[in-house]
Design a protein around this ligand. Sequence first.
Ligand code: GLC
Length: 534
Amino acid sequence: MEYLWWKHGVIYQIYPRSFQDSNGDGIGDLQGVIDRLDYLNDGTERSLGVDAIWFSPTFPSPMADFGYDVSDYEEVHDDFGDMATMDRLIAEAHKRGIRVILDFVPNHSSSQHPWFVESRASKESPKRDWYVWRDAKPDGSPPNNWIAAFGGPAWEWDQRTQQYYLHSFLIEQPDLNWRNPEVEARMHEVLRFWMDRGVDGFRIDVMDRVLKDPQHRDNPPQENPRIRALAQAAMQMHTYDQNWPEVIEAVRGIRRVTDAYPERMTVGEVAGTPEQIAHYYGGAALDGLHLAFNFPFTRIWDDRWIAERVRRSVDAFEAALPAGAWPNHVFGNHDVDRFSSRVNRDGRGHERARVAALMLLTLRGTPFVYYGEEIGMANTDIPEKMLQDPARFYSRGRDQERTPMQWSREDAFTTGTPWLPYGNLAVNVEQQRDDPASMLSLYRRLLWFRRRSDALRDGAYTPVDGLPTGIYAYMRLYGDDRLLTVLNFTNDPIAFELPASLHTTETLIGTHDLPAAAQSITLAGNEGRLLRLA
Ligand code: GLC
């Protein structure tokens, strides 16, 4: 088995509009990222120590969905810089041993992409079939009942050519037709275009929707009232427009393209049960995605932060993966509330975020860290009139987790007016950098320890049974390198004896002070520790 950078490494997600602005327009940009690379990894333990950065889309876009509506797949958005800056960013990142992952959005383009403009011009257009066009039903209504992910019908009527086009997301995001071989070939060219420039991999947006039922059958209603209540799109099961069995063939096609280059990786956004997600790795041949996002931690809210429940979800993913497939874990991204805010009903979300960090960085598999998690950024309350995200499919949209990176108490993100308001600037990098008790210090310790630990990078994952309710404990074992993580998910102290077979010799890293290793352990509420085993 080969251990490549994307297995060993920690991947850090940058939301480019919000990381660092270099030109005072209030919007983060690529030069800003270059200026902050040393923060991410300068080769010393002063820096965070990540191995790769994934950018949410950096391509030209009318920004209807903040870049997930791409109008040119092979350019850089003016807001972010130009191709020369991107090339420099790739080179500067590589100099520091940081890999660069771009966001590939294959399911849909912008409605302003020249391909769609041409496609919608006439029914005879050579690009007509590059998108999904269908006649109305005899009564004029859309071809089927599919609901777009952001609400409303997934079909938009085109007056000029008298047909509907499919958009699984916004009206401004028409779905590309991957059944047309020209589309697939052209999208493969996009991948080569970026790999030729040195890009190391792709996060693939909604991979699970790229092919749908060719008969476009109606989706059945969702009967579960709890799920129905989540969003308009959750009123139906996405039987025919998501996780359609043929999608795996499109995945394999992408994999063949990336396999022609050394050490490139893909991580796909897919939804479903552990089995459905594991399927995207390609089965025994492992010829699918290198990684398929494992999202259960992003769906943890107060009531679900339960040791037994979290363990079950880790175990279920491990069990579902085909032999040799590599797990991954994600607590946050640009689509979900910040973790510490999701588990903050009693005001102790920050403590839980420390436990989560210890877990994320000691579990088996590639950890994804969303910018700002490492300093414990929380959701930012944004006044209604300043909200920007068009997708209000739940609550107030996604702006609250996309606010500017909090570098210091002053507004170091920009010299101008930030595109979204700052969160609580008292939580910032500068203040945490030299504080050994800070979240940033905890992250740095874990990241640098992980880098040198065979057990954390490659070791087996073995959960420990028989400990008190509220404790999740697991071993990571690789030859003589034997580690134990113990996590208290409750607010109360819990004391327990380790089984005689587990002899601890050293407390390595913890959310609290580090007591000497012993057979009996007392964890404070929301305390976690990493220990060495004999
Ligand atoms: C994915 C992205 C999300 C975007 C959507 C449509 O879910 O993560 O931000 O809005 O796809 O592209």
